[in-house]
Design a binder for this molecule. Structure first.
Ligand code: ATP
Length: 896
């Protein structure tokens, strides 16, 4: 076997094969296994996996936790061992909780990576199969085509028009031509090794077969893997903003803490007592659990999206999804099923109707005027349909098997329905692409060569000079063109996808594409049905309600696009349809001015998509754009949310995207947007809960000190609430179900702050309410002559219970507890129950009572506590009901 680091670029394809002891037929499975045990997986080594231990220690690296630990040390030194030990245990418990949260979040994010793992087409044992790129070994024969990502370093064996974009390796973004005949000098730079293709680069054009020469860390990419892996942070914009918020809160709470400590000391509290109270308060004020819970909410949201077939490739897009104002969607396959069936034919001046559904070759072909069909003409059409085709259709044991482009499969099915066979030999092909909108195959019967051409009718007609009539070639007069145009429009208006077929005799020696695709003879037109996906119409209605505009972008004929868009509810009365040709006439400014009125872009090429995205963005839109081909990548990349098709998409498109649709379905985009909105809502929910609780605690302490009262909450109790009982309900809010109406409100503005739409006000008012009731319970019980310890326990219980009741209100911004129900989120119910039990334990467990300095409460005292704790939530409920009543009256008046 070869030794490491052979200069593969200096060998020819055959020499490389020989050196690798491989053949064009591919390795067999035994050999593959053997080689895998030698060379290992074809994967770049992951950056050092984050060890569980370091995740654990990370939990304690937080600034406030360090302050707390120092405080603990001081209490220990002062001989307050119980305090010190308890604080330590609480910090530890909090660390453990944080640890599990983070491990879980990391796990779900890691599983995401596997979902987007690249695959490769490989020749093994003389058969082509699709395998994970990681399963490749040196000596494997891989097949490459436009849109593929090169899965390993390979030596080309055969190549047609191959161009590869190697910017990830060389920084050069212009694709380079490749040639299997090229043999480079030993010191040739990577960019000049035209006989090689390298892992991680992208095929932008052409086809090739190649033998894998290096895998994994042996590849050129492997050599620079270290560089690549260290770049890029995974923090979302929201996480960044929360980190900033955290820093502000640190300083704010420190300031308040200092005031509280000074006030306490001035009112005669012991310095040590106030020191500990101050530290506890500072800990209370800072929601240190917040970033971890945000990560959890994002990670779990992402796994919910996966269940709905939307695979997030870049985490920040989860947030952007909720802001989307426009979805630009491809038609074929995304809005429609991409299940083509030919329904109509226009052939030599006669219209035909084709019966049958799907890919079964049963269905009669009849003339629409009831006369006898012209079988010879039909056979001529079938001939073009068969030859100018790369799809496969066959029946085995009664089952139909198809592969290839559905448009072409439909043509094969039509040819089967017509009958006959074709025996010509294929000589050359000029493939279809969305730019050219046509393809040609040159085939020979041994004596003469004929070009069989098919494509978009308007494109093809402009290349035709003649047409077939009664078996003879006639010049294509303007009158005949008009007739064809009429037939075409009729098919398109019925939402049929149209294809024109043509032929031309060509000289036997090989000729260029420009010389073949001209002076064509028009053979016929076919119209095929591509039914809309069933769930799409409802999804479009949902978008409308959610303030999101849907724009259809298609390479299809204007009238077909218009008819399909109207059926799906995309095109409203008076909505504009713009073609690629019209778009070409507009300046950037004119397009920006027009773009808001356009609902359908027809007969566009992928390059138009970029202009559309830019114009929409200029108009202030947050744009989601779908695509599947190599040429779609620039538009996908510049869209706010680039979406690639999981099934039909190329690696290039997937690579540029932030979201991949596992089922290629438009409805999945809408589901992802709904999840995106929900994730953001949930994050706001627990921010509201945690911060409200913190405001409540601070105010309780602050006012007590200002009023010269004893400490209403003891340091240990404050820590317990913050580090133990608050956490679970907050996580449960993070996985809450969407509230009704999530998709009935307009998209969130991109620049909107976290505290927008009343969140800041709610946090402050509810926080004040919690502070007021807690302090009132404390002051009142002292006033009534209750023991200090009991009064403190009552304040502690009031605070915890007020939070545990408030948490149910946090489930919705606009709906009250009554509408949302208490049991809607079982996790929340469980979390609240656990937190309640925790409270109970520290109050009633005799061993814990002295540590937490609690006293058991009487039934009457509990009654008072619960009444007071319910007040903040009850009062907002009442206010909300009043407001709702008022708005309802308002809308009634308006309606009247
Ligand atoms: P989308 O709606 O997703 O943009 P599309 O299928 O409408 O996709 P293209 O695939 O670019 O757009 O096709 C444009 C036109 O080219 C079609 O309307 C059809 O007339 C023609 N066409 C499509 N597939 C082929 C093919 N395999 N060979 C020849 N012509 C084709």
């Amino acid at each position: 076997m070869t030794e490491k680091r052979t200069a593969w670029h200096t060998l020819s394809g055959d020499q490389a094969l020989a050196a690798l002891e491989a053949t064009q037929a591919g390795l067999d499975e035994n050999e593959v296994e053997k080689r895998r045990s030698i060379f290992g997986e074809n994967a770049l080594l992951e950056r050092r996996r984050i060890s569980l231990l370091s995740v654990f220690f990370d939990q304690f690296r937080n600034f406030m936790v360090i302050v707390l630990l120092i405080a603990t040390l001081i209490s220990g030194l002062l001989g307050e061992y119980t305090d010190a030990l308890t604080i330590m245990s609480i910090v530890l418990a909090n660390g453990v909780l944080g640890f599990f949260q983070q491990v879980r979040a990391e796990k779900s994010l890691a599983s995401l990576k596997q979902l987007t793992a690249p695959e490769a087409r490989v020749m093994r044992n003389r058969a082509v199969s699709q395998v994970l790129a990681t399963a490749l070994v040196p000596g494997d024969i891989v097949l490459l085509e436009a849109g593929d990502r090169v899965p390993a370093d390979c030596r080309l064996l055969s190549a047609r028009e191959l161009a590869v974009e190697e910017s990830s390796l060389t920084g050069e973004s212009v694709p380079v031509q490749k040639d299997e005949r090229s043999i480079a000098t030993p010191d040739a730079p990577l960019g000049d090794r035209a006989g090689m293709v390298f892992m991680g680069t992208m095929v932008t054009r052409g086809k090739a077969s190649a033998v894998v020469v290096e895998t994994g860390m042996g590849t050129e990419m492997g050599r620079i893997a270290e560089l690549i892996q260290t770049s890029g942070s995974t923090l979302t914009p929201l996480e960044h903003r929360l980190n900033q918020l955290g820093r502000i809160l640190v300083w704010l709470s420190l300031a308040i803490t200092i005031i509280v400590v000074i006030a306490g000391v001035l009112h005669g509290h012991a310095l040590y007592e106030m020191f500990l109270a101050g530290v506890s308060l500072a800990v209370a004020a800072i929601p240190e659990g917040l970033p971890a819970i945000v990560t959890i909410a994002l990670a779990l949201g992402v796994s919910r999206m996966i269940e709905r077939k939307a695979i997030v490739r870049r985490l920040p897009s989860v947030e952007t999804l909720g802001c989307a104002t426009v979805i630009c969607s491809d038609k074929t396959g995304t809005l429609t099923q991409n299940q083509m069936t030919v329904k109509r034919i226009w052939l030599e001046g006669v219209a035909y109707q084709v019966a049958g559904e799907g890919y079964q070759a049963s269905g009669q072909i009849l003339r629409t005027d009831g006369l006898r069909i012209d079988q010879n003409a039909l056979l001529r059409l079938a001939d073009v349909a068969r030859v100018c085709n790369n799809a496969a259709w066959r029946v085995t044991e009664g089952h139909v098997h198809v592969s290839g482009d559905p448009t072409e499969v439909a043509l094969l099915v039509l040819a089967e329905k017509i009958g006959g066979t074709s025996s010509v030999q294929r000589v050359n092909e000029y493939p279809f692409d969305s730019e050219r909108k046509r393809m040609s195959v040159i085939a020979s019967d041994g004596t003469r060569s004929v070009a069989y051409v098919k494509g978009a009718p308007d494109v093809l007609l402009s290349l035709c000079t003649h047409l077939m009539m009664n078996g003879k070639r006639h010049p294509l007069t303007p009158a005949l063109r008009e007739k064809i145009g009429g037939a075409l429009a009729e098919m398109a208006r019925d939402a049929l996808r149209t294809i024109a077929l043509a032929t031309r005799e060509v000289p036997n020696d090989s000729v260029s594409q420009e010389r073949v695709e001209r002076d064509l003879t028009f053979v016929g037109l076919v119209g095929m049905m591509d039914p809309p996906r069933e769930e799409v119409a409802a999804a479009i209605v949902e978008c409308k309600r959610a303030g999101i505009k849907t724009i259809m972008i298609t390479g299809d004929h204007r009238l077909t696009a218009e008819a399909v868009a109207a059926r799906l509810g995309i095109l409203p009365q008076g909505g504009r349809v713009m073609t690629g040709a019209e778009l070409d006439q507009l300046t950037e400014r004119e397009l920006e001015d027009a773009v808001n009125q356009v609902y359908v872009f027809a007969r566009v090429s992928p390059q138009h998509k970029l202009r559309i995205v830019k114009a929409l963005q200029k108009r202030g839109h947050v744009v989601a754009m779908t695509g599947d081909g190599v040429n779609d990548a620039p538009a996908i990349k510049s869209a706010d949310i680039g979406i690639a098709m999981g099934k039909s998409g190329t690696d290039v498109a997937k690579d540029a995207s932030s979201l991949v649709l596992a089922d290629d379905n438009f409805a999945t985009i809408v589901a992802a947007i709904e999840e995106g909105r929900n994730i953001y809502d949930n994050i706001r929910k627990f921010i509201r809960y945690l911060l409200t609780s913190n405001v409540g605690e601070i105010l309780t302490m602050f006012f007590a000190m200002m009023m010269g009262l004893p400490l209403p909450l003891l340091p240990i109790q404050i820590l317990w609430v913050n580090l133990v009982t608050d956490g679970l309900p907050a996580i449960a809010l993070g996985v809450d179900s969407p509230e009704p109406g999530t998709m009935m409100r307009p998209p969130r503005a991109m620049r909107e702050g976290i505290f927008a739409r009343g969140l800041g006000r709610q946090i402050i008012t509810r926080g004040i309410a919690i502070g007021v009731v807690t302090l009132s319970v404390f002051a009142l019980s002292l006033h009534l002559g209750v023991l200090l310890k009991t009064a403190q326990t009552m304040a502690f219980a009031t605070l915890v219970m007020a939070q545990l009741i408030l948490v149910f209100d946090c489930r919705s911004v606009s709906h009250g507890i009554r509408e949302r129900g208490i049991f809607g989120n079982p996790y929340l119910v469980a979390a609240v129950a656990i937190s309640f039990v925790m409270l109970w334990i520290v109050m009633y467990l005799p061993t814990l009572q002295p540590i937490f300095k609690t006293a058991p409460l009487s039934l009457a005292q509990w009654g008072g506590v619960l009444f007071a704790a319910a007040l903040p939530t009850l009062s907002v409920g009442a206010k909300r009901a009043r407001r709702r009543h008022a708005t309802r009256e308002g809308t009634h008046h308006k309606a009247a």
